[in-house]
Design a protein around this ligand. Structure first.
Ligand SMILES: *Cc1c(COP(=O)(O)O)cnc(C)c1O
Length: 425
C-alpha cells in the first residue's frame, strides 16, 4: 500500500469521501487521489515522493506558479503581526485601491472568503439595488455552491451525475431562471417572459466549469445591451477569468462592461479569498452604508490580504506576464490541435488565453448540451495515461487546464510528446 492509499483510507473514515471538495476524490476518473505534500513552481510532490508537472494550479490561484517566494515572504511577514484582528486594517485599503484603481467599472469592492460567498453576496446586492427577485444563470456555468445557484451547475456536480443538489429547497431556486450559454436569444426570451422581474444576469465570461467554452463573438455584448435595456445588473463571475485573461480580466479582454464583478482564486494567491465589486451606485447598497446585509468574521484578514496583495502587485507591475501566458496558451493548444488532426483522434482542443481543455467529441462545443457529449470514459483513460507519466491534469473532464507563468516551453513540449503518444494509440 502506498502512503497516499493509507492516508486516503484514514480520510474516508472521518471526512465524507475522504476529501473536503468532491472533485478531489477522483470519482469520475477512477482510482484514489494522490496525497500532496508540497509544491513549488510547476511541480507537486505527493506523500510517496512522486513528482508531477501540475496543470491544476490549485484550480487557478497559482498563476505565478506554486509557492512563489514573494507571496510566501509576504505571508510569513504578515503572520508575525498576528493572524486576524476582526478590525479594519490598512492592507485592506491597499488591495481595494489596487483593484478599484485598475479594473473598469469597479468603484468599490468588498472582500469575502470564497468565490461562493462573493457570488452569493453580489446577487444579494443586485436584488437589493433593483428591488427584483429573479436572476438568470446559464446552464453549465458554476457560481459556487450557494442554494440559489446549484442548478445545472457544471463541473463538480456534472461529473458526479447530480443535476441538482439534494438539500436545496425548491423555494431557493424558484427565482433562478436558466438560459443557454452562447445564446443571447434565450436570455431575451426570459426578459420578455418576466418583464420587470429580473434583477441580474450572471455569467462566466469564459465558461470554465463545463470544460472551457469561450463566448462567441457578440454574446457578452448582447448580454450587456439586454441588461441595460431591461434595467438588470450584469454580473461577470470572474472567479476564474479575473486577473488571468489579463489584469482587468474578461471585461478588459473582451471590452465589455459589467455592473458587478466577482473574484476568487487568483485574488487570494492560494489563501481563502473572494471579492465582489462594481459600480458605486450598486455597492452603496451594501451594509453598513446601505440596507443589503453582508458580513464576515475573517473577511479581509491580514494574512490572506498579504498573499493577495503580493500576487496582484506582481501581476499589475508586470503586464508582460499576460502577454507571455496568452501567447503560450495559443501556441500550446495550437500544437494540441495539430496533434489531434495528425492522429485523426475524435477530440477537440478548446482554449482562451491560458485556459483550455480537450473535449472527447467531434461535435463543436459551444454550450452545456454540446459539452456533455464528451466521452468522459475516454477522458479518464487520457487522465490516467498522463498521470502515470508524471503529468497532473484536472481529475475530471469538465474542468479547465491551467497554465501558469512558471510553465516553461520545454516542459510543455514534453507534455505534447506524451499527448502524441496517447492520441496515436
Ligand atoms: C471556483 C468558482 C466559484 C466558487 O469559488 P469557491 O472559492 O470555490 O467558493 C465561483 N465561480 C466560478 C466561476 C468558479 O470557478
Amino acid at each position: 500500500m502506498t502512503k497516499s492509499e493509507a492516508i486516503f483510507e484514514r480520510a474516508c473514515k472521518v471526512i465524507p469521501g475522504g476529501v473536503n471538495s468532491p472533485v478531489r476524490a477522483f470519482g469520475s476518473i477512477g482510482g484514489i487521489p494522490q496525497m500532496i505534500r508540497r509544491a513549488d513552481g510547476t511541480k507537486m510532490e505527493d506523500e510517496d515522493g512522486n513528482v508531477y508537472l501540475d496543470f491544476v494550479g490549485s484550480w487557478g490561484p497559482m498563476i505565478l506558479g506554486h509557492n512563489h517566494p514573494a507571496v510566501r515572504e509576504a505571508v510569513i511577514k504578515a503572520c508575525e503581526d498576528g493572524l486576524s484582528f476582526g478590525a479594519a486594517t490598512q492592507r485592506e485599503v491597499e488591495i481595494a485601491e489596487l483593484i478599484c484603481g485598475s479594473i473598469p467599472n469597479v468603484d468599490m469592492v468588498r472582500m469575502v472568503n470564497s468565490g461562493t460567498e462573493a457570488v452569493m453576496s453580489a446577487i444579494r446586492a443586485a436584488r437589493g439595488y433593483t428591488g427584483r427577485d429573479k436572476i438568470v444563470k446559464f446552464m453549465g456555468c458554476y457560481h459556487g455552491h450557494s442554494d440559489a445557484l446549484l442548478v445545472q451547475a457544471g463541473s463538480g456536480v456534472m461529473t458526479a451525475g447530480i443535476p441538482d443538489s439534494a438539500g436545496v429547497p425548491k423555494g431557493c431556486t424558484k427565482d433562478t431562471l436558466q438560459a443557454v450559454y452562447n445564446d443571447a436569444d434565450s436570455v431575451a426570451q426570459l426578459f420578455e417572459q418576466f418583464p420587470g422581474e429580473i434583477a441580474a444576469v450572471i455569467v462566466e465570461p469564459v465558461g470554465a466549469n463545463m470544460g472551457v467554452v469561450p463566448p462567441k463573438p457578440g454574446f457578452l455584448e448582447a448580454l450587456r445591451s439586454l441588461c441595460t435595456k431591461h434595467g438588470a445588473v450584469l454580473i461577470f463571475d470572474e472567479v476564474i477569468t479575473g486577473f488571468r485573461l489579463g489584469f482587468t480580466g474578461a471585461q478588459g479582454y473582451f471590452g465589455v462592461d459589467a455592473d458587478l464583478v466577482t473574484y476568487g482564486k487568483i485574488i487570494g494567491a492560494g489563501m481563502p479569498v473572494g471579492a465582489y465589486g462594481g459600480r458605486r451606485k450598486i455597492m452603496e447598497w451594501v451594509a453598513p452604508v446601505g440596507p443589503v446585509y453582508q458580513a464576515g468574521t475573517l473577511s479581509g484578514n491580514p494574512v490572506a490580504m498579504a498573499a493577495g496583495l503580493a500576487q496582484l502587485t506582481i501581476l499589475k507591475e508586470h503586464p508582460e506576464i499576460y502577454t507571455k501566458l496568452n501567447e503560450m496558451g495559443d501556441w500550446f493548444y495550437g500544437e494540441i490541435k495539430e496533434i489531434l488532426k495528425e492522429t485523426e483522434f475524435r477530440a477537440q482542443a478548446v482554449s482562451c488565453g491560458s485556459l483550455g481543455c480537450i473535449f472527447f467529441t467531434d461535435v463543436p462545443v459551444c454550450d452545456y448540451a454540446t459539452a456533455k457529449m464528451s466521452d468522459t470514459s475516454m477522458y479518464a483513460s487520457y487522465f490516467r495515461y498522463m498521470l502515470s507519466r508524471g503529468v497532473y491534469l484536472a481529475p475530471a473532464q469538465f474542468e479547465a487546464m491551467f497554465l501558469s507563468a512558471a510553465h516553461m516551453r520545454s516542459e510543455l513540449e514534453g507534455v505534447l510528446e506524451l499527448m502524441r503518444g496517447f492520441f496515436a494509440m
